[in-house]
Structure formats: C-alpha cells, structure tokens
Write a protein that binds this ligand. Structure first.
Ligand SMILES: NC(=O)c1ccc[n+]([C@@H]2O[C@H](COP(=O)([O-])OP(=O)(O)OC[C@H]3O[C@@H](n4cnc5c(N)ncnc54)[C@H](O)[C@@H]3O)[C@@H](O)[C@H]2O)c1
Length: 291
C-alpha cells in the first residue's frame, strides 16, 4: 500500500497543524515530496524536520496564501525545489468564532471568507498551469458543514459550500487537461476546532457533535489524511468532481444516534503517523465564543 505517491510533488496548505500536518506526513510516507505551507507563526519547520527525520522529503513555505504574493510564491517554491507540481491540497482554513448570525462579528466573517475561500481560489489559479503540465490533481477541504451548514458558525458552513461548488466546476472545466479535482469532506475531527478548551466551541456544541455522529466520536486527522492520499493517488483515477465524506456518518444521521453506540466502539484508532501539532491550530489566533 505504501509509496502510492512516489515521484509526485505536492503542496499542502495549512500543513503545520491538525489535518494538514497529517496529510503532509501521510503524503511523505507515500513517497511524495511535500511543500509544507502554513502561516509564519505556525510550527512549519517542526513538521518539515519531522518528515525528514522519518525519511521523507519536504520544504517549508511560510505565508498567508490568501494573499496573491504568497499563493504565487508557494507554487513557485515547488517548481524551484522540485521542477514540477503534481498535487495541490487546499487544506488551509479557519474556524474563529461561534455566535448566532445576528451577533456574528463582521470582521470575523471577512477573515473567514478570505482565509477559506480566497486562499483556495488563488492557490488553484496559480497551480493550474503546472498541474496541466503534469496532469495532476487538486483535493480541497470541504466539510460536512458544506452540505448541511453549521449553526453558530453559519459563515464557516457557507465557505465550505463554496469550496464544494468551486471544485465541481474546476473538475468539469479542467478534465480536458487531464486534471482531477475533488473535495474531502470531514465531519468532526479531533483538532483544536472541536475541543472546547482549544477553540470557540462550547461544551454543548462539543457534546452535540459527538451525539449526532453514529460512530459517536471525532475522527482523527490521520483517518482524514488516509482518504486524501487515496483521492490524490492514481488509485482514484476515475474520481473527479466528488465530495467524499469522512464524517463517521453524521451527514446521513438524524438526531442523537451516537448515544446508542457502545463505548467500546468509540475509541479513536491509534494510527501510524507520529503527529505533534494536531490540536495547536488555534493557539496563535484570536477566537470568540459569543452567547
Ligand atoms: N477539524 C474539523 O472538525 C474539520 C471538519 C471539516 C473540515 N475541516 C477542514 O479541514 C481543514 C483543516 O482544519 P483543522 O481542523 O486541521 O484546523 P487547524 O487550525 O489545525 O489547521 C489549519 C491550518 O491552516 C493554517 N492556515 C489558515 N489559513 C491559512 C492561510 N491563509 N495560509 C496558510 N495557512 C493558513 C492555520 O494557521 C492552521 O495551521 C480546514 O480547511 C477545515 O475547514 C476540519
């Protein structure tokens, strides 16, 4: 199963923490050379060093890819370092506040749209000429919230719905260049975002997200990274325009079905990747819980 991405060059945005960290490690383990992008004060170099320690290849790119300059330079880093680009993973995103819509701060709305939407657009735009040469593919971070919306962070759910439509459009438009474009759509994953002590969710939201999930637990970043690796690999050569759920069943569930799931079935798998920054994604950001 290993080395499905041998010889490929991949950019992973938002790769210093959480799901992105797991994708970067997983891709390196599968043989890809990885450009580890994240914000300058994220632990990017740590992730690069860890990948190298475990025998992989990676280079850092520190910069906010919602800015045109950084999106262009991030793509250029791949070309300068490795001469090609095969895979773009639009993983960067933020979850900065919980508040009902009437109370949602306008500046947080603007930041959420910029970080979640503008970054995916710019990275896709500047990566496409190289992906057309390599017949590569794009996988973007959608979400269960992009299907269903999410109460108390309605703008966030909206940004994920946008990503779903954006990738579908790119899939149809770019098929003539042999490019595939898909979304991986996680449910509640065990990063800073779903931990009340680490981010803006309160204990009620935290409890509800587990009760509403048939598997009655969060997913791990590695469980999500495993699906990214499959979709980005040639094993998924006929998969394009797909919104691929990795959500423990929450999207199809109705009500508090997780309460019936036995405790023994609820433990997170240990996995194989050695990750160090799974829950640090919001450490360097201002978050708000408005009631
Ligand atoms: N955690 C979940 O439950 C969940 C569920 C569904 C979808 N997702 C999606 O998965 C992705 C990763 O989420 P996570 O939970 O790992 O969060 P995280 O906060 O741990 O990771 C996101 C990383 O992206 C970085 N980042 C944000 N904006 C950036 C930008 N403009 N340029 C460069 N780096 C940027 C952040 O600093 C952070 O390091 C997001 O797109 C999110 O929408 C997460």
């Amino acid at each position: 199963m290993d080395r499905r991405l041998e010889g490929k060059v991949a950019i992973v945005t938002g790769a210093a923490t959480g799901i992105g960290e797991a994708i970067a490690h997983k891709f390196a383990k599968e043989g890809a050379k990885v450009i580890v992008n994240s914000l300058p004060d994220d632990p990017i170099q740590d992730v690069v060093d860890a990948i190298k320690k475990y025998g992989g290849e990676a280079v850092p790119y520190a910069g906010d890819v919602s800015q045109e300059f950084h999106a262009q330079n991030c793509v250029q880093t791949a070309i300068t370092a490795y001469g090609q680009l095969d895979i773009l993973i639009n993983n960067a995103g933020v979850f900065l506040a919980t508040a009902e819509t009437q109370d949602y701060p306008v500046d947080v709305f603007d930041d959420t749209v910029r970080m979640n939407i503008r970054s995916a657009f710019l990275m896709t735009k500047y990566a496409l000429p190289y992906l057309q040469k390599s017949r590569g593919n794009i996988v973007s971070a959608g979400s269960e919230a992009g299907f269903n919306g999410i109460a108390q962070n309605t703008p966030y759910g909206g940004t994920k719905g946008w990503i779903h439509s954006f990738m579908k459009g790119v899939a149809v438009e770019q098929a003539k260049y042999c490019i595939r474009a898909n979304c991986v759509c996680p449910g509640a994953i065990d990063t800073a975002w779903t931990r009340k002590e680490k981010g803006p969710m309160d204990s009620k939201m935290e409890k509800m997200l587990i009760q509403g999930t048939p598997m009655a637990r969060r997913g791990t970043p590695e469980e999500v990274a495993n699906v990214y690796a499959f979709i980005a690999s040639s094993e998924a050569s006929y998969v394009t325009g797909a919104l691929w759920l990795v959500d423990g069943g929450v999207t199809v569930a109705k009500g508090a079905v997780g309460s019936d799931t036995p405790m023994w079935f609820r433990s997170e798998p240990q996995g194989e990747l050695r990750l160090e920054h799974e829950q640090e994604g919001l450490d360097n950001k201002d978050t708000q819980t408005i009631k």
